[in-house]
Design a binder for this molecule. Structure first.
Ligand SMILES: N[C@@H](CCC(=O)N[C@@H](CS)C(=O)NCC(=O)O)C(=O)O
Ligand SMILES: [Fe+2]
Length: 354
């Protein structure tokens, strides 16, 4: 079988590509909206035909790439019948199978992190994709979207630990750099769900996790309930840089690209002067135009040279890209993550403190 584990660093999400080498039929488990172009390019380069996208659950921390991949590659969207999402091509129930070529995934219901969580088990039971039901030495939280600790305990023990000990488990996320585990390993070493731990201790632990809600939750859940269909769709991909189109409708460029192409673009910093000259410093050669004064400064700016807009975290600059687009600027992108990410990746700055 052709198998690739793909990663989205923004949400620490794993996307899995599986394909039958004989028929070239493929599927993607848990694609991420912002990575859909990457995933489509890989599918093309490997000479595969994307038959399906599958969700392990309605995600709270990122938007699915399912809708975008259907538009691009004609794949069909599978979601859990119990998850409540609309706009899919197939609604999966436990006991069913999703075929790709001569291979298939069996559907198991593993609710508890959310009410509609599914685990996908490869036909020979050598691999299973557990979503957020079971993470590596952990598990998904149980405090929203119909989550319930008792239900999760029963799902993991009944539906995942019943697989062969050697079955490799692939989660939807890992926040520490681990990539996979096995049934045998988790039965022994999972600090929440190992076989030596009782249900009462698990429920008590999960009830007091006290985690903040995922940052993208308010936008991600409604979007995923529509399989990731955006309000407005993007025009053709711009060619001047390898841009990413966010679900919010903003074209973004990554810091490493900007660093290598600084002289080919105009860098526009839309923060306030005290921030521009403050501890974070600014991108070398950046021009300061605070967001509030942007409208009055547009006349002096070239529309021929691409504009990359920067602020502290990328929120104000995203607004600025919309204003520039409305004013007729065609080559505009937001610096992904703003000065905070630029600094955390140690690119050169003017001014600022170490
Ligand atoms: N900081 C992350 C939090 C992500 C989060 O809460 N992830 C969920 C899965 S959707 C979870 O169950 N995390 C388990 C944990 O952090 O222990 C964000 O804002 O996106
Ligand atoms: Fe989740």
């Amino acid at each position: 079988m052709i198998f690739r584990q793909l990663f989205d660093p923004q949400s620490s999400t794993y996307t899995y590509l599986l394909a039958d080498p004989a028929t070239r039929e493929a599927l993607l488990i848990d694609p991420v909206f912002e990575q859909a172009r990457r995933d489509a390019a890989l599918v093309d380069e490997l000479g595969l035909k994307l038959a399906w996208t599958l969700e392990t659950h309605v995600h709270a921390d990122h938007v699915t790439g399912a809708w975008l991949l259907r538009e691009k590659l004609g794949s069909r969207i599978c979601v859990s019948k119990a998850g409540g999402a609309e706009g899919a091509d197939r609604y999966l129930s436990p006991g069913e199978k999703v075929d790709f070529g001569k291979k298939s995934l069996a559907i198991r219901a593993t609710p508890g992190h959310t009410a509609g969580c599914l685990t996908y088990v490869l036909d020979d039971q050598s691999m299973a994709f557990t979503g957020d039901a079971l993470l590596i030495r952990g598990c998904g939280r149980t405090d929203f979207q119909g989550g319930d600790a008792r239900t999760l305990f029963a799902s993991v023990r009944g539906q995942i630990f019943s697989l062969p000990e050697g079955c490799t488990l692939y989660p939807a996320h890992d926040y520490r750099g681990l990539t996979a585990t096995s049934v045998g390993e988790e039965k022994l070493y999972n600090p929440r769900l190992a076989e030596s731990i009782g249900e009462g201790d698990f429920v008590g632990y999960m009830t007091h996790l006290g985690l903040p809600h995922p940052k993208q939750m308010d936008a991600a859940v409604p979007a995923n309930l529509k399989c990731g269909k955006p309000e407005k769709t993007s025009s053709a991909d711009p060619a001047w840089a390898p841009l990413t189109y966010t679900f919010a409708g903003i074209w973004e460029v990554q810091p490493h690209w900007l660093e290598e192409h600084l002289r080919e673009v105009q860098v526009l910093d839309v923060r306030e002067p005290e921030e521009f000259n403050g501890p974070l410093g600014h991108v070398p050669g950046a021009r300061l135009v605070p967001l509030g004064t942007l409208k009055d400064s547009l006349a002096g700016m070239s529309k021929a040279k691409p504009v990359v807009v920067v602020c502290r975290s990328g929120a104000r600059s995203a607004q600025a890209t919309v204003m520039l687009g409305k004013a007729g600027f065609e080559k505009v992108a937001n610096l992904s993550g703003g000065m905070l990410r630029w600094r955390s990746q140690r690119f050169a700055v003017e001014g600022g403190t170490d």
